[in-house]
Design a protein around this ligand. Structure first.
Ligand code: ZN
Length: 187
């Protein structure tokens, strides 16, 4: 398989898995816009060319957000491994939260484990946070009170603190986007 074929296959797979989902904002943005944006940020802002990283970026929320049980999760993991290989699966798993844990615990783990992640996972997570911040600036979930937005911004800042040192362009973009979000919400 060529790099382009692999990436297109990842796009086809992820868009199917997310087909009935929307992002949290009021604009009802199709979910797939987000993983596409994360891959585009890595390639076009971060200058990343590793096709496994870009394909994992496209697939990064598939396991976290499109399964409801451990059985479904295991089935999906073997599917990803068969279609895209062990490395892409491993990278996807590195950026997937364990949903059997309480939300508070998962959030803390993202902070605690940030600097233990692989270089590729750290790049992917920074791009993921940039994409989420952009959305919070233009189209935040309307049920989020300002306190929750502020809490999210400060949490994302802590996570990226531990991820830093892997891609200066992406890091710069993260902090610019964070500053814009903080300004908008007077943090
Ligand atoms: Zn994501």
């Amino acid at each position: 398989m060529t790099d382009l074929q692999l990436l297109l296959k990842a796009l086809e797979f992820a868009s199917y898995r997310h087909r009935s989902q929307y992002r949290k904002g009021t604009a009802k943005i199709p979910y797939i816009n987000h993983p596409i944006q994360v891959a585009a940020l890595l390639a076009n802002e971060g200058g990343e060319t590793d096709i496994k990283l870009l394909s994992a970026a496209v697939l990064h929320d598939v396991i976290e957000d499109t399964v409801d049980s451990v059985e479904e999760k295991n089935k999906l993991m073997s599917e990803i491994s068969a279609l895209f290989g062990e490395e892409i699966l491993a990278l996807t798993m590195e950026v997937t939260d364990d949903k059997t844990l309480e939300k508070r615990v998962r959030k803390q783990l993202q902070i605690d484990q940030a600097n233990h992640k692989s270089v590729s996972a750290r790049k992917l997570k920074i791009a993921d946070k940039i994409s989420n911040l952009r959305e919070i600036i233009v189209d935040p979930p309307d049920w989020w009170p300002i306190e929750r937005i502020v809490e999210y911004l400060l949490w994302a800042e802590k996570v990226v603190e531990g991820l830093k040192g892997v891609n200066p362009e992406l890091e710069k973009l993260f902090y610019e986007t964070l500053a814009e979000a903080k300004k908008k919400y007077s943090v």
